[in-house]
Design a protein around this ligand. Sequence first.
Ligand SMILES: [Zn+2]
Length: 263
Amino acid sequence: MRVAGIVGALLIGGLNVASSQVNISNADEPSLYSYCQRFQTLYTQIRVQSVTPDSARKEFSRIMNELQTRFRSSETYHQDSLQRDSLQRTGHYFTFPIRGYTTSAIGGTHGEGYRGTGFDLFDYNVRGSHPAQDIFIRDRNQDNVDDLTGKPVDILAMSSGLVLAIETAWKPGSEYRGGNWIWVYDPIMNGLFYYAHNSQVDVTPGQWVQTGQKIAEMGRSGFNAYKARSPTHLHLMYLQIQPDGLPLPLNTYTWLLKAKLSK
Ligand SMILES: [Zn+2]
C-alpha cells in the first residue's frame, strides 16, 4: 500500500545520504522528501484528471525549479557537474538499466521505437506518442522470469538520483498504463528517469540511489503491458527539465549504446 511506503520513507528520514550531493541542510527549507510528496500527489492528480493540464504544468515547474535550486546550492554541485562531464565523455556515466542484458535487447534495430512528438505529461488523454525506449527480455511464457536463468530480471538505475515517486498498487485489471513505475530525479543532469511496467519496486520516495543500483524487477504491469500481445519489457523514458521547469522528452538511445553493462 502506498501509505505504508510513505511512512517507511519518513522513518528512514527522507534521505539515505549515500552521496555528498544530498548533504544539504537548512532548517528553513522544506525537506527534499516534501518535494517527493508534491510530485507524487501531482502525478496522481494528473492520472485521475482532478487537476487541469495548465495547473499541473505550473505545479510541476515549481517543484522542479525548487528542487534544482536546492541541489545547485549544495557545496559539491560544481564538482559533481565536472565529474559528470568527464564521465559522459568516456561514456561511463550511465548504467544499462537491465542486469544481464546488452544493447541488443533494445526494441527495434536502431532505437526507432522512440516517438517524441505529441507527448504531453500533463494531459492524460493525449495518446499516440512513445517518447521512450522499450527494452525486452527472454520471457516467452510471460511469467516475468528470464527463460534462460530462471530468475527475475533486475532493473538498475541508469544514473544516480533521488527517487521522487513510485507506484506499487497496480494489479491486473487496473487501467493505469505505466503499471508499477518509478521516477528518479538526477540533479546533475536536471532530468527525470521513468521506469515502467515493473513487477516489483525496491525503492521508496526520498531514497538516494546510485547508478547501477537495483531499483526494481521487470514485469508486465500496466494496462497494455499486461496483455498477451506485449512481450515483457522495460519502458524507459527520460525528461530533460527546461529552464522554465517544464519537461522535454529526450531519446536515451545513444546513452544506452554507451552505458556500462552489468552481469
Ligand atoms: Zn514503451
